[in-house]
Design a protein around this ligand. Structure first.
Ligand code: TXA
Ligand code: MG
Length: 327
């Protein structure tokens, strides 16, 4: 079911990405599980294929700095790092441009975007042929280690994705270094294939992942200081709507009495629901409503990740800076 493709099949792999299918591809760090980052459903399908119980933001891959600049706001420091280390094992987190053609689900609803330009020639070939940004977490099932050969990918994702592009073993073998460039000081969110010393030579002192000198809670790989959460209160598992509430609906049997309703999926399709989740929350998060009432979402497949995010958004938030964390 999952096609095995080689270096001669880049165009075919690119067509699959354009068609919204998932293709695992080699980078110099680890294999990525790629989907069209501009396509909400393709991004939702990535989470489903990985079996992730929650949505965390994915790295968006592009062919070069020029393409990256269309998605996020680079300052001189970010450009210096990009010119020195791209293509290569570096991902940078920057403010997302308002008009960036990237699914909100890819950045888990955040206003920032993690971007990477991989060096592997087949990754470069795929990005150029697909001519769209490719969202790609490591191509393993949730909770497993990152794959560094096509055979590793096949052992976990065979039958769950359209194709695996085989580019041989990865040369770096650990994930990219992730740097948060949104603050005054550079912060290392995840140590990886690009060493700290090389970064500091270009960008000056870097705060460690667990750096607490700004009062923020410690971050470790996969953790974030804040997640997108609506400012309105959320009421979960509702079967009827109170006056003034907006309704986040799921499935065909929608209570008729809401001031405003946005449906995650009228047919009850969880992949479609995940694809619409963050845009729907943003659409309903308006001061004229008293709360967002949320219909029950089944607790299986992508429903688990959707419910995880809704529960976090519904929980009392002590302070903005500590708003959430990845489990
Ligand atoms: O080497 C790699 O980086 C591989 C290859 C395929 O490129 N990709 C990878 O992706 O490891 P993933 O999804 O497994 O890891 C993404 C990391 C996570 O630690 C995530 O929290 C962080 O990047 N991240 C992504 N977007 C972020 C954002 N907007 N803000 C902060 N952290 C972000
Ligand atoms: Mg991973």
């Amino acid at each position: 079911m999952t096609k095995r493709l080689g270096p001669g099949d880049i165009d075919q792999a690119a067509r699959m990405i354009r068609a919204g299918e998932l293709v695992a591809f080699p980078t110099e760090t680890v294999y990525g599980l790629g989907g069209d980052a501009a396509n909400d459903r393709a991004v939702a399908a990535i989470f489903e294929a990985k079996g992730r119980p929650h949505f965390n933001p994915l790295i968006v891959h592009v062919a070069d700095l020029e393409a990256a600049e269309t998605l996020a706001r680079f300052d001189e420091r970010a450009r210096r790092l990009a010119r020195r280390f791209w293509p290569g094992p570096l991902s940078v987190v920057l403010a997302r441009r308002d008009n960036a053609h990237v699914s909100l689900l890819a950045s888990a609803g955040l206003d920032t975007l993690a971007i990477r330009v991989p060096a592997h020639p087949m990754a470069q070939g795929l990005l150029r042929a697909a001519a769209t940004p490719i969202a790609a977490p490591s191509a393993n099932r949730s909770g497993r280690v990152s794959p560094t050969t096509a055979a590793h990918v096949a052992s976990e994702l065979d039958g769950r994705i359209a194709a695996i592009l085989d580019g041989g073993p990865c040369t770096v073998g650990v994930e990219s270094t992730v740097l948060d460039l949104t603050g005054e000081r550079v912060r290392m969110l995840r140590p990886g294939g690009l060493p700290l010393e090389a970064i500091e030579a270009i960008a000056g002192p870097v705060m460690a992942a667990a750096g607490a000198d700004d009062g923020a809670r410690p971050r470790s790989p996969g953790q974030l200081a804040s997640h997108y959460a609506p400012s309105l209160p959320l009421r979960l598992d509702v079967s009827s709507v109170r006056p003034g509430e907006a309704l986040l609906a799921f499935g065909p049997d929608v209570p008729p009495d809401a001031t405003a309703t946005v449906s995650l999926s009228a047919s009850g399709d969880l992949v479609e629901a995940a694809a619409h989740l963050f845009a729907a929350l943003r659409a309903l998060d308006r001061p004229e409503f008293s709360a967002i009432a949320v219909m029950p979402i089944p607790e299986h497949g992508l429903g688990r990740a959707i419910n995880d995010r809704l529960r976090r958004a519904a929980a009392p938030r002590p302070a903005l800076a500590g708003g959430g964390e990845e489990g």
